[in-house]
Design a protein around this ligand. Structure first.
Ligand SMILES: [Zn+2]
Length: 260
């Protein structure tokens, strides 16, 4: 079984300096490609540097809604240099987060809009984040889709109705260990019914969201635990984990243009 982890936060303090051994454990677990998530200009730069040092790692570059208030014209120019790099395979993490409101709504929307435009210009897919902001997020995505944008709603945690709305616009869905959470994950577990294997991606979002079915074998989440997410998806869909892995891997290679 081979897997692609489309979301790892190497900039998080828990993963600092964890590079070589973490990547070896990932390879042993069948994780062949990893995307290092950029959530700010500085973490996008460090994600790209990390990707340059490790042949099986690629990066995203963008500004998360939490840090949207830092997004200026200069940020956009600096990010443009990263988006031009072939090891940067997506624009984001970007989107809207009205849950914690670390940036005001208007600034979140303008940073998101700038990154939608960058995705359209570069042709690179959007790596999307939405939390408690469905109406505004969906309205902006609908317009973006009309202009030809594509991408994945990463760490999707909502229910079937929201999943269907994103799928109808042509966006794929990223599934994390949230799906293994029998309490918080109820809506997502139900939504797995309407998310086709042809449209999903797997991600750990490490070091966060350690899959519940993985036990406490590691101190925090990491790419080597991705098979547990595949296993949970397989159980909910009534198919083999190998089938889930094969589809998700093909989907991620196609969306991000990753080599075989
Ligand atoms: Zn996110």
């Amino acid at each position: 079984m081979s897997l692609i982890d489309i979301g790892v936060n190497f900039h998080a303090s828990q993963l600092k300096g964890a590079g070589t051994e973490l990547l070896a454990r990932a390879a042993d677990a069948g994780v062949t490609h990893i995307l290092a998530t950029g959530t700010s200009l500085s973490s996008s730069r460090s994600a790209l540097e990390f990707a340059r040092r490790h042949p099986r790692v690629w990066a995203t570059a963008g500004v998360h809604p939490h840090t949207a208030k830092e997004y200026t014209a200069a940020t956009g120019e600096a990010l443009a240099a990263l988006w031009a790099d072939e090891r940067v395979v997506a624009v984001g993490e970007c989107g809207l987060d009205y849950n914690r409101m670390f940036s005001p709504m208007a600034e979140q929307r303008s940073a998101f809009e700038a990154q939608i435009q960058a995705s359209l210009t570069t042709g690179k897919p959007l790596f999307l984040h939405c939390r408690d902001a469905f109406d505004d997020f969906h309205a902006m995505l609908r317009e973006a889709a009309g202009a030809g944008a594509h991408g994945v709603v990463h760490c999707f945690t909502d229910g079937a109705e929201e999943a269907e709305a994103f799928l109808a616009l042509g966006f794929d869905i990223g599934i994390t260990g949230w799906v293994t959470d029998l309490t918080r994950g109820t809506a997502l577990r139900e939504a797995m019914r309407v998310i086709p294997l042809e449209r999903l991606h797997l991600e750990t979002d490490a070091p966060y969201l350690r899959p519940r079915n993985a036990g406490k074998t590691r101190p925090y989440n990491e790419p080597a635990l991705l098979p547990f997410v595949a296993q949970a998806v397989a159980e909910l869909k009534g198919v083999d984990a190998a089938a889930v892995a094969a589809h998700a891997t093909a989907n991620s290679k196609r969306l991000f243009g990753l080599p075989g």
